[in-house]
Design a protein around this ligand. Structure first.
Ligand SMILES: C[S@@+](CC[C@H](N)C(=O)[O-])C[C@H]1O[C@@H](n2cnc3c(N)ncnc32)[C@H](O)[C@@H]1O
Length: 231
């Protein structure tokens, strides 16, 4: 069965420089991760500069762009190791078919992490909260982030913004999406993205985040990290 994404554009599996897989979208000429290393990039940006910079307990995370599930799986393993309760809310407009995600080699690349968690995260039903283990639950929403509206009560302590690049999908990097997300962020919440563009930094600053440029993973000079100002 074709997944929604492959109806519009084909994805092909490729290997990045650290040996971990990523997906390439020929129609967009865009990869899901850095070609310098998918696992290396996710760990640096979303774990080191995201998860490990937060203290909230329980921790509520929003990820925009679930994709291969790599960020979710790494976070689930970190949460389990640290015995921290995490609720993970993620949006994805083009879910991958099992034929695609089952071929990803992340579990072989990280033998100390639990492969059954990767499968459980992918197999979790959409549109409902599913407990993966004692520490990690996930709520995956199959939705177009450009028109999605959060329920008022939901709030986040940490945001992983992992959409395709602004040059490829400018509609994912506009004021209305960021305004919505910042509104759902708790005071002191962290926002992290691989994108280091000045226009995005300025936009997030205008919306009430104190933004910093931080060193990026290999192949990327800087990333953006921000914190919602506590008023
Ligand atoms: C850079 S990749 C994400 C990588 C992902 N975080 C991972 O660990 O594999 C961008 C993701 O955003 C998704 N996406 C594209 N347009 C979207 C939209 N309008 N709403 C929600 N997700 C979208 C893509 O399908 C893709 O999975």
């Amino acid at each position: 069965m074709q997944d929604q994404f492959s109806k519009i554009m084909k994805v092909t599996l490729t290997e990045t420089e650290d040996g971990s897989h990523t997906l390439y979208v020929p129609e967009m000429d865009e990869h899901y991760h850095s070609t310098h290393g998918a696992i290396q990039e996710s760990e640096h940006i979303f774990i080191q500069n995201g998860f490990l910079t937060t203290t909230a307990q329980p921790l509520q995370i929003l990820e925009v762009g679930f994709g291969t599930g790599l960020n979710a799986w790494l976070t689930c393993n970190e949460a389990t190791k640290a015995q921290r309760a995490v609720s993970y809310f993620t949006t994805e407009f083009y879910p991958l078919s099992p034929d695609t995600w089952e071929k990803l080699n992340y579990c072989n690349m990280h033998p100390d992490y639990d492969p059954s968690l990767f499968h459980a995260i992918h197999k979790a039903s959409w549109e409902e909260k599913v407990g993966i283990n004692n520490f990690f639950s996930i709520e995956k929403h199959k939705t177009d982030m450009t028109s999605f509206r959060f329920e008022k009560e939901i709030t986040f302590d940490l945001v992983y913004y992992d959409a395709f690049a602004p040059g490829k999908q400018p509609e994912m990097w506009n004021r209305s999406i960021f305004e919505q997300i910042v509104n759902q962020m708790n005071p002191g919440a962290i926002f992290v993205t691989y994108c280091a563009k000045g226009s995005i930094r300025r936009l997030l600053t205008e919306l009430g985040l104190k933004m910093e440029r931080r060193p990026g993973p290999p192949g990327k000079k800087e990333i953006l990290w921000g914190q919602k100002i506590i008023k």
